[in-house]
Design a protein around this ligand. Structure first.
Ligand SMILES: Nc1ncnc2c1ncn2[C@@H]1O[C@H](COP(=O)(O)OP(=O)(O)OP(=O)(O)O)[C@@H](O)[C@H]1O
Ligand SMILES: O=c1ccn([C@@H]2O[C@H](COP(=O)(O)O)[C@@H](O)[C@H]2O)c(=O)[nH]1
Length: 232
């Protein structure tokens, strides 16, 4: 069983696949799945994407760096939405970020993060890496290492890592485990190469799983066989 996890969620977990905005059923489901894990006493850090609001590359005609700033702000919006929902449903939550100065968002200080975890808070790291030209996968890898997580769990829309995109190729074959080197060499688009490389460098195990399958998250935290594990 892992004691401290970093959970990376696709923004579309909040809206439903292919949709934008927030879907109350989805947010309720997410909150219930997180509660199961935090009730086991695990330290939960989270990074959430913004695909339900906006991805930088979707904006044509806007300077790339500015489009990415807008995308990063989307991750702050998602984090605050979740914090509010979680707190109303009994999950103590803190949002931290280095890109905004808001009374509802705290700055990132390592010592404070330890205190938040020790006091049972879920900590949502918002604002990505704080830099344009990256994605929240890379942010999750960085934050996982920074907060000394034991595993990075990427909760997504597919059951794990396949030899090609299973949403496009019906004959895609799923891996139960795959080495960092192979994931990078094969350019498997489930996660950025940067994110794989950071996890490889700091020996951060990765589990990729289908978030929409009930109890998958809890089972992954209990180190049961779920999704795909990326290993040295
Ligand atoms: N080799 C592969 N194995 C599994 N999935 C793959 C692979 N290649 C591409 N994909 C696609 O990657 C997607 C994962 O997307 P992810 O969860 O990162 O969403 P995102 O679009 O980055 O997040 P957000 O919605 O926050 O922007 C899956 O939906 C899947 O279709
Ligand atoms: O470090 C980062 C992280 C994200 N962005 C921008 O935000 C959006 C949303 O993130 P997703 O991972 O795609 O959900 C992303 O498309 C970028 O535009 C960023 O600039 N830097």
């Amino acid at each position: 069983m892992y004691r401290r996890i970093m959970l990376k969620l696709s923004g579309e977990v909040l809206s439903g696949i292919g949709n934008k905005g927030f879907n109350s059923e989805n947010v309720k489901y997410l909150s219930e799945e997180i509660k199961k894990v935090s009730q086991h006493g695990m330290n939960v850090g989270m990074v959430i994407g913004a695909g339900n609001i906006f991805r930088g590359k979707e904006l044509t005609g806007v300077t790339n760096s500015i489009a990415d700033h807008i995308g990063m702000l989307g991750t702050v919006s998602n984090a605050l939405y979740l914090k509010d929902y979680f707190e109303k449903n009994g999950i103590k939550t803190i949002v931290v970020s280095q890109i905004v100065n808001l009374p509802s968002v705290r700055n990132i200080y390592y010592d404070d993060i330890e205190l938040y975890f020790n006091s049972g808070y879920v900590v949502i790291f918002a604002g990505g890496t704080s830099n344009p030209f990256f994605t929240t996968d890379t942010a999750a890898a960085l934050r996982a290492v920074e907060m000394k997580a034991e595993v990075l769990i990427k909760a997504t829309k597919v059951e794990g890592i396949y030899d090609k995109d299973p949403k496009i190729f019906t004959d895609a074959v799923k891996y139960d485990t795959i080495k960092y080197d192979d994931a990078i060499a094969k350019s498997l688009k489930i996660m950025d190469t940067e994110a794989f490389a950071i996890c490889q460098r700091y020996e951060m195990p990765i589990t990729v799983l289908d978030f929409f399958k009930k109890d998958n998250l809890l089972n992954a935290v209990l180190n049961k066989n779920v999704g795909t594990k990326v290993i040295p």
